[in-house]
Design a binder for this molecule. Sequence first.
Ligand SMILES: Cc1ncc(COP(=O)(O)O)c(C=O)c1O
Length: 403
Amino acid sequence: METKKILDVSNRYIMNTYSRFPVVLRKGRGMKVWGTDGKEYLDFVGGVAVNILGHCHPKVVVALQKQAQRLLHVSNYYHIEPQIKLAKLLVEKSFADRVFFCNSGAEANEAAIKLARKYSKEQGRPNRFEIITAKNSFHGRTLATLTATGQEKFQKGFEPLVPGFRHVPFNDIRELSNAITGDTCAVLLEPVQAEGGVILPDEHYLKAARDLCNERDLLLILDEVQTGMGRTGRLFAHEHYGITPDIMTLAKGLGGGVPVGAMLATERIASAFQPGNHATTFGGNPLVCAAAVATMETLLEDGFILDQCNRMSMYLIKNLQKLKGEFPSLITEIRGKGLLIGMELTKDGDPIVRACLEQGVLINCTAGNVLRFIPPLIVQQKEINRLIRVLGEVITKFLKESL
Ligand SMILES: Cc1ncc(COP(=O)(O)O)c(C=O)c1O
């Protein structure tokens, strides 16, 4: 079917929840994807921070093929070998003692919220259920995670929201401290606010939040759905800041392209969950866990990919800074960690994203005016060079036309 016809069918049958580009992607390898019309794209979106090893990494594909021939799905009533292997890997490489598996970032955060509330009840403090989160944060689209999200634009139209959430400005430890009441049980933060426009924490903010949680006997939950699995150049972003959380959530990069989420906690907290307290049919099923094990093992092999991520981060930031020097009226700031990088503009970023797509380069815009670069961690210099060249041409044309 030609692309136009496929688009017509898509627009006829799929619910209208995404403003999609008129492109149908059919095939991918490494940093590249191809459309049904044969056009090739260089992918700096990577499924929004999902495809950490690039598209169709051979080790992930082989793991999926082998697992598909052995066992696709069984219920969590039974033990599942790939799930056990993945849990062991995650625990060995993190602060955590135990893992709960689910299917997405929002579900991982739902599980974290439930665990924090349950832990409080088990401690004999049934009234402590409130969770403080940051303004401008993003934690998902289920009702509780939508309420946790500190951005009204996502909440509008879905009221009444879930009780028990309070929002404070990010990077303001005094406001966080002042917001704590006798009802507070936890603080939930993204180490780097990703959807909110790639906002980095001030140097001491996360450590101060950790100390505050210790002093006031609160749980610190870190949402590493986007920042986890090497995205910021360390396996987990909190490692940059010398702290550990009590609970951490993961998804996106965890499966290297398959839908899997996880909620990790220390033994003390995790023990608040007993059989029957939380569950999901597909969570941690054999197929996704086989892919996630292959992804994580590949990511950790000799630290090679994390080194590559850090080198390419510096290279990309340096070249984006050069563009900022060339176009000071449009580009106000370059910021980021690892390969989660934002370029703040004085104008709406959407026309630039569209023009880059025309030129065969996929990039993303978040928070209206922040171009976000979240490529696979295997990106190379030559691919960054192409991105920079295309961005330079697109911006030159854009500025000329908007004169
Ligand atoms: C920090 C963070 N938390 C949670 C989510 C929600 O994840 P999902 O879309 O898999 O539900 C996202 C998605 O962008 C995210 O960036």
